[in-house]
Design a binder for this molecule. Structure first.
Ligand SMILES: [Zn+2]
Length: 472
């Protein structure tokens, strides 16, 4: 933490709400909260759909927008293209104490595609309705991109510096695994992240309201913020069943199609046991205590009950209780009367931290002796400590803006660009702070329809992120 005069100190915070880090802002300088909604809406209006096959518009237009907003305040971002139009932007801000390890603050510029006919608004219109910004990217993750931009712009305009060196990155291609964005930069320009030990990005830091916590003594509802401390690993596997090619009229025990069928049936029938890794256990203990639920990992109904109390996050949490293995593709054969020599299939496995080898071994065993298993793509599972100074800062800046709130860890069932940064030994967290209404179904909006974010949540996030950058 910095003791810089413009930065709030621990002493400031002991008396309830901390000193406002924007106090004394010179006239004419917009606050992060003044800009964040417009920045978010303008980013949403730039269609950066990522179809995963290179057919989309790419991220260049969104990157140009970000570069312009950074140059406007005197910053000098660097621009990188892995392929034409697949653009990432990086800018480094010097901290007040550059001897400390650096922090990466990152967002992605792409979004998943949206079918306009499924939405009740134009997904790229960024309409303001019911106090919310509607559109593709409103929560994943042009909201956080806008929060980062608003904070960095304010700091550049006022000369505020982060506590430690800050590498701000806007990556291309996260929605297709990040190969053309974070993956490209980590592989070809690792120097950009030199000296950085931690990273902060999406899908964490938002609030849930646990029943029982809702209203205490007629007071305002209390919220629990979930910091993402873990994410499941990805194993996309290819199965190859081998047999003996032959005439379709001849009986054979070496039929590759039947062998693949048996392997897939065995994999599909496998019952991965429920288990709670550290971050999930701490989350469910905290939520169970608040909601007054006795639960045990071995008692499925009680486990289901406590997961349901995680409100807007319950879909994410449900996906983190066990490993999964879903067959997703089958290919084989070319004629009714020809038994093919080989049949291939695709498998999407998601594994908990520490279980990569266990899942690979189990799949190989289930597949049987005639089906070979090879790895198409492997993304590591991550688990960062909840008991860490950086999380203490998250808790303290959330408390400054939402006194009485609680903070718990959780695991994300999907993956983020933190997987790429992990290759450089960088510990990643999800912390895109949003204060959400109790009844907003948050998790289903990711890649879903009618994605939207409350304006008040964006402004809250900008304030929290600003404090976080000054104090981390
Ligand atoms: Zn995302």
């Amino acid at each position: 933490m910095s003791s810089d005069a413009v930065n709030p100190t621990a002493a400031d915070r002991t008396s309830g709400r901390a000193t406002d880090p924007t106090a004394g802002t010179p006239a004419g300088v917009p606050l992060p909260t003044d800009e964040v909604t417009d920045l978010c809406r303008e980013l949403i209006r730039i269609d950066s759909s990522n179809f995963g096959d290179g057919s989309g518009p790419g991220e260049r237009e969104a990157a140009d927008y970000v570069v312009a907003r950074l140059r406007e305040v005197g910053l000098e971002p660097q621009v990188f293209e892995s392929d034409p139009g697949r653009t990432s932007v990086v800018v480094r801000l010097e901290g007040t104490d550059s001897s400390r390890p650096g922090l990466v603050l990152h967002g992605h510029l792409d979004v998943v595609p949206a079918r306009a006919e499924d939405w009740s608004v134009d997904p790229f219109g960024a309409e303001l309705r019911d106090g919310m910004v509607w559109g593709r990217g409103a929560v994943d993750m042009k909201d956080m991109d806008a929060m980062i931009l608003a904070v960095v712009r304010y700091m550049a305009r006022t000369g505020q510096r982060p506590a430690r060196d800050l590498v701000v990155a806007f990556f291309a291609d996260e929605e297709a695994g990040g190969v053309k964005g974070a993956g490209h930069l980590v592989e070809h320009h690792p120097e950009l992240f030199a000296g950085c030990t931690e990273a902060v990005s999406e899908v964490g830091g938002y609030s849930i309201t646990v029943p029982g916590q809702e209203v205490a003594d007629g007071a305002e509802a209390q919220r629990t913020y979930l910091v993402q401390t873990a994410e499941k690993g990805i194993a996309w596997l290819t199965l190859t069943a081998r047999g003996r090619a032959g005439h379709g009229s001849v009986p054979t025990a070496e039929n590759a199609v039947a062998r693949m069928g048996a392997a897939l049936a065995a994999i599909h029938a496998h019952d991965w046991p429920a288990e709670t890794i550290e971050s999930v256990r701490v989350l469910l203990e905290g939520v169970g205590e608040q909601a007054g639920i006795d639960w045990s990992v071995d008692d499925a109904p009680s486990l289901e009950q406590v997961v349901a109390q995680t409100g807007g996050a319950s879909q994410f949490v449900a996906g983190t209780l066990r490993n999964t293995s879903n067959p997703t593709m089958v290919n084989g054969g070319y004629k009714h009367n020809v038994v093919p020599q080989t049949v291939t299939a695709g498998l999407d496995c998601r594994f908990l931290p520490g279980q990569q080898q266990h899942v690979l071994d189990t799949i190989a065993e289930l597949a049987g002796e005639h089906v070979e298993v090879s790895v198409h793509h492997l993304g590591p599972a991550l688990e960062a400590p909840f008991d860490a100074p950086l999380v203490d800062v998250m808790r303290s800046v959330l408390e400054a803006e939402d006194p009485g709130c609680r903070v718990l860890p959780y695991c994300l069932s999907g993956g983020t660009d933190n997987k790429h940064l992990a290759e450089l030994g960088i510990t990643g967290y999800g912390f895109a702070p949003l204060q959400l209404p109790a009844d907003l179904e948050f998790a289903p909006m990711f890649h879903g329809v009618d994605e939207r974010v409350p304006v008040s949540a964006l402004e809250f996030g900008a304030r929290v992120l600003h404090r976080f950058v000054l104090e981390s």
